[in-house]
Design a binder for this molecule. Structure first.
Ligand code: 8YV
Length: 320
C-alpha cells in the first residue's frame, strides 16, 4: 500500500488501541490527555486525513468546511455525537462514525447505580460518616425510598433506555412507563408508552433520561420538571443539555422534587456551585462508559471504523 493515512487522536486511549493505531496510521497523539484548544483542533483539520475526537472536542462547521480541509473522517470515541456538527459534516461530505452497543450495559449499570444512590440518599449519609458526624444506628433516621413496585419513567427508549428499563424491571421490580418519539415494537419487558414527555414526568417516581442532546433547546424543559411528583427523583446519564439544568437545580433547591443522580452536565466540566452544595443529589464526572473493558472496546470500534473507511469497506457504525 501507499503512505499510511495521517491521524490525529485528540485524547489518550487505552494502550492496546494506541498501539494498533500507531501501527496502521501516521498517528499523532495528544500526550497530555487534556482537551486540545479549538485553534489546535481547527489546524488539525488541514493537517490530517482523519480525526478521532471525544465528547470534550467540539467539531464545528468552520472546521468541517474550512478552506484546505484535509480530514475525510471523524471517528468519534463515544456513542453520543452532540459534540459534532453532523449537518455541516454531511454538507461537507465528511464521514462521521460513533461507538454504539459496546457501552450500553455499562451506561445502564451506571443509571441503576444513580437510581439507587438517589433513592437511598447515599451521598448525604456517606458525607455524614466521612465527616465524623455519624452518631450511631437509627431505625428512623437517614431513610431513603424503596424502588420495588415504583414507576420508572424512561425518556428515550433507545439502546441505553432499554437496558436501563430491563435492569429496573427484572432486577428491581419497577414498573416501566416511557416516552419515545417513534412507536417501538416488542420490548422484552412490560412497559407502557405514554403520549408525551410531560405524561411520563408526571407519572414516574423516578425519571431517567436517555435522549441524545445537542438540540437547539433541552428536550426536558422547566415545565416538564414542574410536572414531577414532589417525591420523585431525576436521573441523567445522557447529555447535560438534554434537560434544563438551571430548572432542575431550582427544583432541587426549593424541594419541589426529592433528589437527583447526575452523570452529565450542561457545560462540562463545569458543575454549578448551587448543584454541588445540595445533599440530595449524587454527582458523578461523566462515568457512564468508564470501565477498562468498555473504554478499550470503544477505542477498538472507533479504530475499526477508521480501518473500514480507508479500506473502502462498510463502516461498522457510521453516523453520516
Ligand atoms: C464517553 C459518552 O465517555 O459515548 C458517549 O456518548 O458520553 C461516553 O461514553 C464520551 O462520549 C467519550 O467521548
Amino acid at each position: 500500500g501507499g503512505a499510511r493515512p495521517s491521524l490525529l487522536v485528540t485524547r489518550r486511549l487505552p494502550a492496546p488501541v494506541e498501539a494498533r493505531l500507531d501501527k496502521a496510521y501516521d498517528a499523532t497523539f495528544n500526550p497530555d490527555d487534556r482537551p486540545l484548544s479549538p485553534e489546535a483542533l481547527a489546524a488539525a483539520f488541514c493537517k490530517h486525513d482523519a480525526v478521532m475526537p471525544t465528547v470534550s472536542d467540539r467539531i464545528t462547521a468552520e472546521m468541517l468546511q474550512a478552506e484546505g480541509r484535509r480530514v475525510q473522517i471523524v471517528a468519534n470515541v463515544g456513542v453520543g455525537y452532540s459534540n459534532i456538527d453532523v449537518d455541516a459534516a454531511t454538507q461537507a461530505g465528511v464521514v462521521v462514525s460513533n461507538t454504539p452497543n459496546v457501552l450500553t450495559d455499562a451506561t445502564a449499570d451506571l443509571a441503576l447505580l444513580l437510581i439507587l444512590a438517589a433513592t437511598r440518599r447515599t451521598y448525604a449519609a456517606e458525607k455524614r460518616l466521612r465527616e465524623g458526624r455519624w452518631d450511631g444506628f437509627s431505625i428512623v433516621g437517614g431513610l431513603g425510598r424503596s424502588i420495588q413496585g415504583k414507576v420508572l419513567g424512561i425518556i428515550g427508549m433507545g439502546r441505553i433506555g432499554r437496558a436501563t428499563a430491563a435492569r429496573a424491571a427484572a432486577g428491581f421490580g419497577m414498573e416501566i412507563v416511557y416516552y419515545n418519539r417513534s412507536e417501538i415494537g416488542d420490548l422484552p419487558f412490560t412497559a407502557q408508552r405514554l403520549e408525551s414527555i410531560g405524561a411520563v414526568m408526571a407519572a414516574a417516581d423516578v425519571v431517567s433520561i436517555h435522549v441524545p442532546g445537542g438540540g437547539a433547546a433541552p428536550l426536558v424543559t422547566a415545565d416538564h420538571i414542574g410536572l414531577m411528583k414532589p417525591e420523585a427523583y431525576l436521573i441523567n446519564t445522557a447529555r447535560g443539555d438534554s434537560l434544563d439544568q438551571a430548572a432542575l437545580v431550582a427544583a432541587l433547591a426549593e424541594g419541589r422534587i426529592a433528589g437527583a443522580g447526575l452523570d452529565v452536565f450542561a457545560n462540562e466540566p463545569e458543575v454549578p456551585e448551587a448543584l454541588r452544595a445540595l445533599e440530595n443529589v449524587t454527582l458523578l464526572p461523566h462515568l457512564g462508559s468508564a470501565t477498562r473493558e468498555v473504554r478499550e472496546a470503544m477505542g477498538h470500534l472507533a479504530a475499526d471504523n477508521l480501518d473500514a473507511f480507508f479500506m473502502g469497506t462498510a463502516l461498522p457504525s457510521r453516523v453520516v
